[in-house]
Design a protein around this ligand. Structure first.
Ligand SMILES: [Zn+2]
Length: 82
């Protein structure tokens, strides 16, 4: 049995050109075009917004963690009550 390499239905070239943003990077905040030299965002303003969002996310995740821990702690207290 000789393994026959299967041809992909879409040639890699066509696939790449079909994907929007593959060659032109977009801003992670406003979705607008950004310079490939810049990372993630198009401007300092969007960069500040991105870091603000991330801080918020971190805060939210932390709050959820604390809430879960408190719920577990309360459950333990209730279980421990004679
Ligand atoms: Zn932007």
């Amino acid at each position: 049995m000789v393994p026959v390499p299967r041809r992909p239905k879409v040639p890699p070239e066509a696939e790449r050109s079909g994907v929007i943003g593959a060659s032109a990077p977009v801003c992670a905040v406003c979705g607008g075009p950004r310079s490939p030299r810049k990372r993630e965002t198009c401007s300092d303003r969007c960069r500040a917004e991105l870091s603000r969002r991330r801080r918020k996310d971190v805060q939210r995740i932390r709050d959820e963690e604390i809430r879960t821990l408190l719920e577990v702690a309360l459950k333990k207290l209730e279980e421990g009550t004679p």
